[in-house]
Ligand binder design. Structure first.
Ligand SMILES: Cc1cc2nc3c(=O)[nH]c(=O)nc-3n(C[C@H](O)[C@H](O)[C@H](O)COP(=O)(O)OP(=O)(O)OC[C@H]3O[C@@H](n4cnc5c(N)ncnc54)[C@H](O)[C@@H]3O)c2cc1C
Length: 481
């Protein structure tokens, strides 16, 4: 089949999946009023790959079908740069607000397939073959995937990072059938669930000895019997004009709690089944440096958008004071730091083995730790610059009303000839970015989507190579190096 169009993607979502949103089980995710906006935005990404075919599509090495470059297993720095240009195009479409656009998992599985040996550890050759075959399948069928890699939080003292053996809540294996394995339990948090064709489960926190039943990796269609998704309340602005809610009318990618009520996973879709050697190693090595290219392209796009939008807010009210310049400069610094780290990671890319080239992971270490803190700070800067103006932005209907418009033109325009319409458009966009329900969800997303910043700050220390640091200290202590 190869790269799909938006229309083909939407047709594929019409299945009998069990997905709840507020008071109802959703019948058709492409038509539900609280989902239709984002369904359209994800569909637009499928169309975008055809509109930018020169950047985004390449022939599949075996079938010749055109597939998206986010499925590429990079074989050189040039491949990584080519992938970046397509990923930037995707990120720009939602100014980085759709963090789990399908390219995120495409890149993840390309990384998995480029590291076969890791999946084959401990005799898991069948699982490794399944990963490689599945990666080609999602490329050729152009599937959209959601994923759940974290256990639900029930008791933070008892379950620090992993399931206690015998715990019935986290996803675990309960049996085998002629065709595969049966799994039961729950996982978080399936962002993009309504707009996904399949769900991937793979590791995040390492599993201890004795937790083999929980050490699972697989992928299944969203309508697999027994699979239940509970979406959070929608942040979509259902009845709003595009002008009034320019972002939340389109970019609520949704998040869902996933329940596996005795789900059969076909054997050919099982990637890891109780093999701790595999489960505890596949996310170390190539996964992070590979997928961080995608996540940081998105983050950098969002930061650059934030800089532009905050600057526009300031200009509209002629706010040129040094404190505001510093706040705007601060956002740009975050954006440039991410930009520089990305370029460095690509420039220092290397063959991680098996001929797969991924970015150098080192420039991403501080980003994983600090970007989750930068986005809440960016939102604070919007509040500081935007102030009450964020809340004094007339709606489309008010601007269009013949009795209101003259008043708005007289009392609610901006400095330097900026008219009431332009002022309202910019402050409404800014409020939707940081203050609406979507803005609030997005702040939570940035804090946690890759694990908390706090965790990564600790890991930056614990997983760091201290050889040079120790040598420097020893030298000053007068000890031979
Ligand atoms: C909007 C959103 C979308 C998401 N989408 C997905 C998805 O699509 N798929 C998926 O699998 N998961 C998704 N997640 C879940 C995400 O993976 C988890 O929320 C994330 O891993 C954080 O989980 P945690 O509780 O283990 O965090 P932790 O890292 O344990 O952090 C929990 C708290 O402990 C604090 N903390 C942790 N370590 C330390 C430390 N060493 N010192 C001090 N404080 C510390 C943190 O600051 C935080 O307050 C999403 C989450 C959100 C919010």
């Amino acid at each position: 089949m190869g790269a799909r169009t938006g229309r083909e993607f939407l047709e594929g979502l019409k299945d009998d999946r069990v997905l709840w949103l507020r008071n109802e089980r959703v019948d058709d995710v492409t038509q539900h009023p609280e989902l239709v906006g984002a369904a359209g935005a994800v569909a637009a990404l499928f169309d975008l790959q055809h509109e930018h075919a020169d950047l985004c599509l390449e022939p599949d090495s075996e079938t010749g079908e055109l597939v998206n470059v986010s499925h590429m297993i990079p074989r050189s720095k040039e491949d990584l740069q080519r992938r970046r240009r397509c990923l930037e195009t995707f990120a720009e479409a939602s100014v980085g607000l759709m963090g789990r656009s399908p390219d995120y998992i495409n890149v993840t599985f390309a990384g998995f397939a480029g590291g076969r040996e890791r999946w084959a550890a401990g005799g898991n050759d069948e699982g490794a073959e399944n990963v490689i075959r599945y990666q080609r399948e999602i490329a050729r069928r152009d599937l959209s995937l959601t994923h759940t890699i974290v256990h639900p939080t029930i008791d933070k003292v008892r379950d620090r990072d992993f399931a206690a053996p015998g715990d019935p809540v986290p996803l675990h294996k309960v049996g085998e059938t002629e065709h595969g394995i049966v799994v039961r339990g729950a996982r978080i948090l399936a962002t993009l669930a309504p707009f996904a064709d399949e769900l991937a489960v793979y590791p995040s926190h390492p599993a201890p000895e004795g937790a083999e039943a929980y050490a699972l990796a697989f992928s299944i269609p969203m309508n697999t019997p027994g699979l239940v998704f509970l979406c959070r309340d929608s942040a979509s602005a259902v009845h709003a004009e595009r002008f009034d809610r320019p972002l939340s009318s389109r970019f609520d990618e949704q998040d869902a709690f996933a329940i596996f009520d005795d789900v059969e996973v076909p054997r050919e879709r099982v990637f890891a089944d109780g093999n701790l050697e595999v489960y505890n190693s596949v996310l170390f090595g190539t996964w992070a440096p590979n997928v961080m290219q995608q996540t940081m392209i998105r983050a950098q796009t969002k930061l650059e958008f934030a800089w532009g939008l905050a600057a526009r807010m300031a200009e509209i009210v002629n706010d040129t004071g040094p404190p505001t310049q510093m706040l705007l400069g601060e956002i740009r610094c975050y954006s440039e730091l991410v930009y520089s780290a990305l370029r460095l990671a690509e420039a220092e890319a290397f063959d991680y083995g098996e001929g797969a080239w991924f970015p150098d992971g080192r420039p991403f270490v501080p980003l994983r730790a600090l970007v989750p803190q930068w986005f809440p700070r960016v939102n604070e800067i919007f509040h500081l610059i935007g102030s009450h103006n964020l809340l004094a932005a007339p709606s489309r209907a008010q601007l269009d009303d013949p009795t209101m418009r003259p008043l708005l033109d007289r009392y609610l325009h901006g400095a330097h000839e900026v008219d009431a319409e332009e002022r309202a458009a910019v402050f409404r966009l800014a409020w939707d970015f940081v203050g609406s329900e979507l803005g609030s969800r997005n702040e939570l997303y940035e804090r946690y989507y890759f694990g908390s910043g706090a965790r990564h700050i600790g890991l930056a220390h614990l997983a760091g190579d201290r050889a040079r640091a120790d040598t420097l200290v020893d030298r000053m202590l007068g000890r031979p190096g």
